[in-house]
Design a protein around this ligand. Structure first.
Ligand code: FMN
Length: 428
């Protein structure tokens, strides 16, 4: 359906801002973090040998920042065990609710967008739409599996993803019961865009700051483990619910969940896809195509967190279209402590984590970074307003005029090689 080509961004080229940036993080946050929960800390390796990928986020030690995002890769005991065995830093299970009998899935529930001529079946998958709901497996079964995993992997981080209806008692019960299994943290799904909002769940809460504040209040009064709030991108300003969640006591924010989408229309049948008995419903978009959108949302949240919250107590988890170590490095450069992967695992398998770790280490070696904290948030400072870009460019042009190098403005174009000539205006 689409023909696209991508240019990967090379690594950054300025190392000097690293120390400045780390020193400039502000320590002004609302005093809502529970005293019982441990603050964020990241281990830096002492030697300049192999880069250290380990992170400690909200007191949770992970061998690397790569986290299985809630979804099919965290459906049951077998696949979560597999994720631990392959070396994922942490696993977030598929979202659970108290009454799985109310969750009724349909098939087909996935549709894919491929790059290449007219969506050729051979083109690389770049976009993925799903109309899958949260877990339809019995809650008690999921609880038993969490318990078993924590017994077998006591040192690994297992995070329960939860969602409930607008009912305080239900939220208190689900938190109590998942915590009894020994899980290390909770991610609250305020973000599934399809199906669940019809029951005032998921994105219906994440899109309504008043509702979100009330529900986060219930959750954080009950929870004794760290709580991450998973944000929906289907909102005008994602910093608003992120701020509300953190002010209401959540220790972390995860972003993004899927983007509301319609994958396409079959031009033979005139029916939308994925097509269930001739009909469809808008679903959630993920995979490579959403990566730039996710980076934009994470950048906005990170800027807000940097200016309003204490970086040592709050965490940010970047999600969306991660398939390479470079994709992950971008989220971390914007301030993410961890990076989650869902569709990438569905396409490439659990062994993907090894490639992600190697590629992230290669990036770190290239810049002589020894720990994740060495470069976390470093690129955030290079985002500014358009007016500031104009000012900076005018200054640069003035300087170039002074040294008479390259073209000074459009009026100097000769018409031979527009791209080269326009680039000469900014690269000299
Ligand atoms: C098939 C599918 C099912 C998903 N189910 C859940 C879910 O149960 N809970 C949740 O919080 N996110 C769910 N997600 C969203 C992912 O966790 C993730 O936020 C999103 O897909 C973007 O990341 P990605 O591009 O790495 O897939 C699901 C995504 C997909 C593709």
């Amino acid at each position: 359906m689409a023909s696209l080509s991508f240019t990967r961004i090379g690594g950054g080229h300025h190392q000097s801002p690293v120390a400045d940036f780390a020193g400039s993080r502000r320590l002004a946050a609302p005093a809502t973090a529970r005293p019982g929960r441990v603050a964020l800390r990241v281990f830096a390796s002492e030697s300049r040998g192999e880069p250290d990928l380990s992170v400690t986020v909200n007191g949770l030690n992970m061998p690397n920042p790569f986290v299985i995002a809630s979804g099919p890769p965290g459906t049951n005991y077998t696949v979560m065990k597999r994720a631990f065995d392959e070396g994922w830093g942490a696993v977030i299970a598929k979202t659970v609710s108290l009454d799985a009998a109310k969750v009724i899935n349909v098939t087909p529930r996935y549709a894919r967008l491929r790059a290449g001529a007219n969506g050729s079946a051979k083109g690389q998958i770049i976009g993925w739409e799903n109309i899958e709901l949260i877990s339809d497996r019995p809650f008690e079964t999921m609880l038993k599996e969490f318990e078993q995993l924590k017994e077998e992997y006591p040192d690994r981080i297992l995070i329960a993803s939860i969602m409930e209806e607008y009912n305080k008692a239900a939220w208190e019960e689900i938190i109590d019961r998942v915590e009894q299994t020994g899980i290390d943290a909770i991610e609250v799904n305020f973000s599934c865009p399809h199906g669940m909002p019809e029951r005032k769940m998921g994105a219906a809460v994440g899109q309504d700051c008043a509702l979100l504040e009330e529900v986060c209040g219930w959750i954080n009064a009950k929870a004794t483990v760290p709580v991450w709030a998973k944000m929906t991108p289907n909102i005008t300003d994602i910093t608003q619910p992120a701020r509300v969640a953190l002010r209401s006591g959540c220790e972390g924010v995860s972003a993004i969940n899927t983007i509301m989408s319609v994958m396409g229309i079959n031009l033979n049948t005139l029916r939308p896809e994925p097509c269930v008995e001739g009909y469809s419903t808008p679903g959630g978009y993920s995979s490579k195509a959403v990566h730039p959108i996710a980076l934009g949302k994470v950048m906005s949240i990170a800027k807000m967190m940097k200016s309003e919250f204490n970086d040592k107590e709050y965490s940010l988890s970047g999600i969306g279209g991660v398939e390479t170590g470079s994709d992950a490095a971008e989220f971390i450069l914007l301030g993410a402590n961890t990076v989650q992967v869902c569709t990438g695992v569905m396409m490439h398998g659990y062994g993907l984590v090894k490639k992600l770790c190697e590629e992230l280490k290669d990036f770190m070696k290239m810049h002589n970074f020894s720990s994740i904290e060495d470069f976390r948030g470093v690129s955030l400072q290079y985002f500014t307003t358009h007016m500031d870009l104009v000012r900076r460019q005018q200054e640069a042009i003035q300087q170039r005029k002074a040294i008479k190098k390259g073209l000074q403005s459009d009026k100097d174009w000769t018409g031979d090689g527009f791209v080269k000539e326009s680039e000469s205006m900014v690269s000299n």
